[in-house]
Each structure stands twice: as C-alpha cells, then as structure tokens.
Design a protein around this ligand. Structure first.
Ligand code: IMP
Ligand code: MG
Length: 175
C-alpha cells in the first residue's frame, strides 16, 4: 500500500481555537438580535463547526448539510448534488454556512443559492481555510480562518481518500 507523506504542521489546534475565538467574537457582534442558523458542511467542517459554535455567544440553532461535486480527479466541477439536506426551516433566518475550505468555490456557490431559494434572510460563509488561487466561482468567505497556498490540505476534518480527518492539526500532503 502506498504511503502518503505528510508535511509540516501549518496550524495546531491551539492556533485554530484562538482564531475561532476571534471570529466568534466578531460574529457575535454582527448577528446580535438576528435569528442565526449555523449550517456545518459534512464531513470536512465537523471540527471547525464544534469550535465556532462554542465561540459564538448568541442563541442559535444548528444543522448540517452534505453536498458533493462531481468532476474529474481532484478538480471539482459545477455539478453539485445535495446528499443530505438541512432539516430546519431556514425561511426568514440568517444562515451562516460553516465550511472547511473554499477551493474552486463551486460547492459554496451552489449552497448559497440553495439557501437563498429557501427564503433565508441572509446567507454568509465562515470558512476555516481559503485557497483563493484555485477559485473559479464568484464566491468568497465572509469570515476566514486562514488563507492557504495551493496545497492539498489534510487534518482537522479534511481528508485525502477519507483518511486524516482525525488529525488534531492542519497539515498538507507533500506532492
Ligand atoms: P470547492 O472546489 O470549493 O467546491 O471545494 C469543495 C470541497 O472540496 C471542499 O469543501 C473540501 O471538502 C474539498 N477540498 C478542497 N480542497 C481541499 C484540500 O486541499 N484538502 C481536502 N479537501 C479539499
Ligand atoms: Mg467541504
């Protein structure tokens, strides 16, 4: 079995928690008096979702959505399908999507439209990582943990072939 080579640690869980605290304080200010729904994207955003929800000091509801885009190889296409939708009614509520990483932007473009069509009062994005070098869709993160270079990131929820999601830090695969 081929073994992957893991790079150096980019961010430790302490770094990430600290960043979640900063963004959480900002979101707490921005969403005061608004009906907030946090929607985590499965499965990559689980750890970031847990960090963000503990750092936003407001009444909120939470839900999860699972979407995937089918394309060739590691490049995602614009063909996004929802595999598991939220159960909460988002009509008139302010949706904050908690995402692991924005790469091409195709998935989030689709999800933003999805919630807008469902009648959300607003739809914004809080992403742990932003990889702007590969963006093709017109979408951006409203709250960004860290901006990364064009690396294949693993750990802290992010996988390669379903492996490495459990690493308690953010690293990358040596290519
Ligand atoms: P999109 O290209 O912005 O639609 O990204 C779709 C999804 O691909 C992200 O939400 C991640 O789950 C996954 N993805 C993109 N870049 C990486 C990476 O560097 N490592 C692991 N997963 C990634
Ligand atoms: Mg994702």
């Amino acid at each position: 079995m081929a073994t992957d080579t893991i790079g150096t640690i980019l961010y430790t869980q302490e770094d990430i928690w600290q960043r979640a605290k900063e963004l959480g304080a900002q979101i707490t200010e921005d969403y005061r008096d608004k009906e907030l729904v946090l929607v985590g994207t499965l499965r990559g955003a689980v750890m970031w979702m847990a960090d963000m929800m503990r750092n936003i000091n407001l009444d909120m509801t939470i839900d999860f959505i699972s979407a995937s885009s089918y394309g060739s190889g590691t490049c995602s296409s614009g063909n996004v399908v929802i595999k598991h939708d939220v159960e909460l009614d988002v009509t008139g509520r302010h949706v904050l999507i908690i995402e692991d990483i924005i790469d091409s932007g195709n998935t989030l473009k689709f999800l933003k439209d999805h919630f807008a069509h469902r009648g959300a009062a607003s739809v914004k994005i809080c992403t742990m990582l932003d990889k702007p070098s590969r963006r093709t869709a017109d979408v951006y993160g409203d709250y960004i943990g860290y901006t990364v270079d064009d690396l294949f990131i693993v750990g802290y929820g992010l996988d390669f072939d379903q492996k490495y999601r459990n690493l308690p830090y953010i690293t990358y695969l040596e290519g």
